[in-house]
Write a protein that binds this ligand. Structure first.
Ligand code: TMP
Ligand code: ASP
Length: 237
C-alpha cells in the first residue's frame, strides 16, 4: 500500500505529496482560485472536487484511447495518485474557436471560428508571466528535445480530437484549453496536470453561456454553479 509522506510542493491550485513509492506522488486539489498570474485571488467552493474528479474521468478515457497520462488512481474526492514526472516547462494551448488572449492579440471577436486548430506554447515561468514561445525558442533554450516536442504536439492534437467530440456529446463547445506534459523516470512523455474548468474554456453549445473559470476571471458571477453544471454533464451528478 502506497502511503503519503511529506509535502513536496504547493502550487496555486494543488499540493503535491511524496509517497512511499519514489515513482508515485499524490496531488491534492484546493478550492483556491487565482487569475492573471496570481494578481486576482479567491475561492471557488467545491472546485477542487470538480477538477479532481473531472480530470481523472477524462484521463481514464484518454488512456483507453492510447494516450499515456500521469493518472494512476483516484484516492478521494480531492486526492489522486499520479506518476512522478519532471514537468516539461511549457503550457501547451490548443484553440478551436478564437477567445481570450488570441482574440485580444489578433483583434478577432471571441467566438469567431478558425480555419484550423491553433497550437501555442508558453514558457512556464511565473516571474516572466508565462511568455509565448515558438519551436525555435523551445529548442534553443533546451526546454525539451525536437523529438519530445513532436510527441507533445501529436498528443495535444489527438487529445483535442477526442475531447472536442466528447464535449460535443454533452452539448459543450470546447473553445480552447491548456495542457502540460511530464517525463517519467524512464523518459516517456505523458499528459500531466489537469483537464478541468480551470484549464479549458467550455461554452454551452446552444446558449454559448460560459461554464468555466472565465466567470471568475471576468467577475461574471455564477462561478460555483458553472463548475457544478460541468460536473453534472461529465459525471452525471
Ligand atoms: P488565454 O486565452 O488566456 O491564453 O487562455 C487559453 C486557455 O488556457 C484557456 O482555456 C485558459 C487556459 N489557461 C490556463 O489554464 N492557465 C493560464 O495560466 C492561462 C493564462 C490560461
Ligand atoms: N494561471 C493563472 C494564474 O495563476 C490563472 C488563469 O488565468 O487560469 O493566476
Amino acid at each position: 500500500m502506497v502511503e503519503k509522506t511529506e509535502q513536496l510542493y504547493e502550487g496555486k491550485a494543488k499540493k503535491v505529496f511524496a509517497t512511499t513509492d519514489p515513482d508515485l506522488v499524490i496531488v491534492s486539489y484546493k478550492d483556491d482560485a487565482t487569475a492573471f498570474n496570481g494578481a486576482k485571488k479567491g475561492t471557488i467552493v467545491g472546485k477542487g472536487v470538480v477538477n479532481n474528479r473531472m480530470s481523472n474521468y477524462l484521463m481514464e478515457k484518454l488512456e483507453e484511447r492510447g494516450i499515456p497520462t500521469h493518472y494512476v488512481q483516484e484516492l478521494s474526492e480531492r486526492e489522486t495518485l499520479v506518476k512522478r514526472v519532471q514537468i516539461v516547462p511549457l503550457e501547451v494551448i490548443v484553440r478551436n474557436i478564437a477567445a481570450g488572449s488570441l482574440s485580444k492579440r489578433l483583434g478577432i471577436p471571441e467566438g469567431t471560428p478558425m480555419k484550423r486548430t491553433v497550437l501555442e506554447y508558453c514558457y512556464k515561468c511565473d516571474e516572466l508571466d508565462d511568455p509565448m514561445v515558438n519551436a525555435y525558442h523551445i529548442l534553443a533554450m533546451g526546454y525539451c528535445t525536437q523529438e519530445e516536442l513532436n510527441t507533445i504536439a501529436t498528443m495535444a492534437l489527438k487529445i483535442n480530437q477526442f475531447l472536442k467530440k466528447y464535449f460535443a456529446s454533452i452539448n459543450v463547445e470546447l473553445v480552447d484549453f491548456k495542457l502540460e506534459f511530464g517525463k517519467t523516470s524512464d523518459g516517456k512523455i505523458v499528459l500531466a496536470d489537469e483537464i478541468s474548468p480551470d484549464t479549458c474554456r467550455f461554452w454551452d453549445a446552444t446558449t454559448h453561456e460560459k461554464l468555466d473559470k472565465d466567470r471568475f476571471r471576468r467577475d461574471m458571477g455564477g462561478v460555483e454553479d458553472a463548475y457544478k453544471e460541468m460536473m453534472k454533464r461529465v459525471l452525471g451528478e
